[in-house]
Design a protein around this ligand. Sequence first.
Ligand code: IPM
Ligand code: MG
Length: 372
Amino acid sequence: MTAYSLLILPGDGIGPEVMAEVRKVIDWFQANRGMQFDVSEDLVGGAAYDAHGTPLTDATMARAQAVDAVLLGAVGGPAYDNLDFSVKPERGLLRLRKEMDLFANLRPAQCFDALADFSSLKREVVAGLDILIVRELTSGVYFGTPRGIQADDNPDNEGGRVGINTQRYTSGEIRRVARAAFELARKRSSRVCSMEKANVMESGILWREEVQWVHDHEYPDVELTHMYADNGAMQLVRRPQQFDVIVTDNLFGDILSDAAAMLTGSLGMLPSASLGAPAANGRPKAMYEPVHGSAPDIAGKALANPIACILSFAMALRYSWNEGAAADDLERAVETVLAQGVRTADLMGPEGGTPITTSEMGDRIVAALAAA
Ligand code: IPM
Ligand code: MG
């Protein structure tokens, strides 16, 4: 039996703490489910900068290309805020996404019943919520050129500088992420809502036309609607249950997924998968990360919630190794623990209580796996 190869990049802030809990889960699956993982670990972000002067070395990049899946913790922190743009921790993450060509970023926002009262919205608006944002991840304004900060000799421009980024999408880039969204929708409620700003941006007009084209030619069975992204943001907090799959570009997806995340009660709960096209072995290039950031304010205090990272590993089981049953079990274990009232500090409601530590949460989830 060939082992599943996994590269762990814990990164900065709470990344290493939450990753330690995923290790416990991996160990459990190895010991109890006859799975074999070939796990290696490396540096990314500020941690890599401290050791090597770059947020991602070529050697680490090559290792990421060679494994079945990468699991990344988080990057960034105040210590790195004043670094030159080219070596900021985030550049490491963006390089991984770009060079692995991980164009489809899946960000599920699911409201666990036990947490429905933690949302900033009313329980009846979020209870049972289960939406999936598919964000284009390798193009758009994040990567478009020209870009930069330049001198501007226009005498009317006080300060004399201009900052430039370019929103650019090819039809092919839009079609491939649209296909990913339609495929996923077929396994869910078969509804896709595409979001852009076709009212002000040509790239938005192209986005709308190409998504419609893919729908009409290849997925006529899936219901497709279009929405301007600003209206989409409003609808997400007004009546989020109207959505099933949302497909959108890189920047809108970044913003809308943070809003959707908060509907579920805590950013500490949300996993993500970033997938490329299937390789020769049938597996897509893949990287999995919690949606939360490095949370430097709570790093090193045993306060972090490891669930987002553990659920990211569940997505790896499902999408990289086709271990859907194991992924279901792991997700159910998380649900069980939450239903038992087990809470990390981010999940403390107004009624208070005693939060458990990061490590205790990992132990409880493994215990729930074993008890199932
Ligand atoms: C995310 C993050 C990243 C992004 C940052 C850390 C570069 O906000 O994954 O949503 O903007 O894509
Ligand atoms: Mg973001």
